[in-house]
Design a binder for this molecule. Structure first.
Ligand SMILES: Cc1cc2nc3c(=O)[nH]c(=O)nc-3n(C[C@H](O)[C@H](O)[C@H](O)COP(=O)(O)O)c2cc1C
Length: 207
């Protein structure tokens, strides 16, 4: 087995280090975050850091890179108080990836990559129309992570939309059936294949 030390990591060329450290933590979620500016320009960007935070009240969070450069998702979310999280379907991974390009603030990534918007009445942020699972969130709080100069963004789930055939009787959503993609590192997209589900684990009950 290969063994790499912290010193070797720090001595690596920047891109090699970035790919290595971004992929070693495991497969990550693949989402498009939708926002809208005060000038009504819809914005869309790929994020691989969305995770569940808690279900009562229902909340999720994601990591935002340092705001030392223009971050349209952040600016829009702060000014409207809303954002959407849309699962990346296997069929549009290339378009989804393209949203990471630095588009001008007057240009909508929805149009640039040819993904349609969907709007709910009385909710400003745009959803990705063909995402099988769509979540409308209200910005709740942000925490500065001083070690990396990042921000952890907390959102409360106000709307949850998903295709009819995805939910099991116990509430669970079958992301495999939804053909939701996952991400390895910053550029590797994977399919989700369900291997099994298990009962709530208790000591001495391993069957
Ligand atoms: C696969 C992938 C995952 C990404 N995940 C994140 C993330 O979790 N947090 C983040 O701040 N930027 C992330 N980015 C970078 C943003 O997509 C990129 O900075 C984008 O231009 C932001 O757009 P905006 O300025 O419209 O918000 C990711 C990029 C890629 C390619």
């Amino acid at each position: 087995m290969k063994h790499i030390t912290k010193k070797e990591i720090l001595d690596m060329p920047r891109l090699e280090r970035m790919h290595l450290i971004n992929s070693c933590g495991g497969v990550k979620s693949a989402n498009l975050i939708g926002t809208i500016s005060n000038q009504d320009i819809s914005n869309l960007a790929v994020f691989n850091s969305v995770i569940h935070l808690g279900s009562n009240p229902p909340m999720l969070c994601f990591m935002l890179r340092p705001i030392t450069v223009a971050r349209h998702t952040y600016d829009n979310m702060k000014s409207t108080g809303e954002f959407t999280v849309n699962h990346i379907h296997q069929d549009f991974i290339q378009q989804a990836h393209q949203t990471s390009a630095k588009y001008n603030e007057n240009e909508s990534e929805f149009e640039a990559v040819n993904l349609d918007t969907y709007f709910l009445p009385e909710f400003k942020a745009p959803f990705v129309k063909f995402s099988a699972i769509q979540i409308g969130c209200r910005f709740v709080n942000e925490y500065h992570i001083k070690e990396q100069n990042c921000h952890l963004i907390i959102g409360e789930i106000e709307h949850l939309r998903f295709e009819d055939n995805l939910q099991h009787k116990d509430g669970w959503l079958d992301l495999s059936k939804a053909k939701t993609a996952g991400i390895i590192g910053l550029d590797g997209y994977v399919a989700t294949e369900l291997l099994d589900r298990f009962a709530y684990a208790r000591p001495n009950e391993n069957s």
